[in-house]
Design a protein around this ligand. Structure first.
Ligand SMILES: [Fe+2]
Ligand SMILES: [Fe+2]
Length: 169
């Protein structure tokens, strides 16, 4: 997970996080912060282990998938500040901002493409491939939200069926 550590300490990455933090200072709804990024990465990897790893031959090792999912987790919402500032949809802005960071952190062009594809589709409910890292990641992003103890749940415009009112086992 050496390259994941490199993302965490990447200067531009830190700057994007800081900008989001400033924009979301008074946000009462879910934030797009470090906790969210790690929650999504961890849940996505758990889903992978539970549902896909035993019969998935596309990837060489679990360690490789773990790195891809953690990289996507850390980077999938970094374009949020651009959405606030310039109105660019954040999944697209995140793809733009993530690419040079992945390069700096020594991800290969093939890995970068896989990670960017997960980021690009992270808001897409219906994924092309039902059993894929993208589809797992979409669900992890939603499952990470703790609606069951959110004080702003009533005002949140997420559809009821998307909200998490219990921990799913
Ligand atoms: Fe997002
Ligand atoms: Fe997210």
């Amino acid at each position: 997970m050496e390259r994941i550590s490199r993302i965490l300490s990447h200067q531009k990455y830190r700057e994007h996080l800081k900008k989001i933090e400033v924009w979301e200072k008074d946000r009462v709804f879910c934030k797009h912060d470090k906790k969210h990024f790690l929650d999504v990465a961890r849940i996505a990897y758990i889903l992978y282990l539970e549902e896909m790893s035993s019969h998935d031959s596309k990837y060489d090792t679990k360690a490789k998938v773990k790195e891809l999912l953690y990289a996507a987790g850390l980077l999938h919402d970094i374009g949020r500040w651009k959405e606030y500032e310039e109105g660019i949809e954040h999944h697209l802005a995140s793809v733009q901002l993530a690419e040079p960071i992945l390069k700096d952190c020594s991800f290969s062009p093939e890995e970068t493409e896989q990670i960017l594809s997960i980021i690009k589709t992270h808001r897409k409910e219906v994924q092309e491939e039902k059993e894929s890292l993208s589809s797992i990641f979409y669900r992890a992003d939603k499952l990470s939200r703790e609606c069951f103890w959110c004080p702003a749940e009533k005002e949140c415009n997420w559809k009821k069926e998307k909200k998490n009112f219990r921990i799913q086992g």
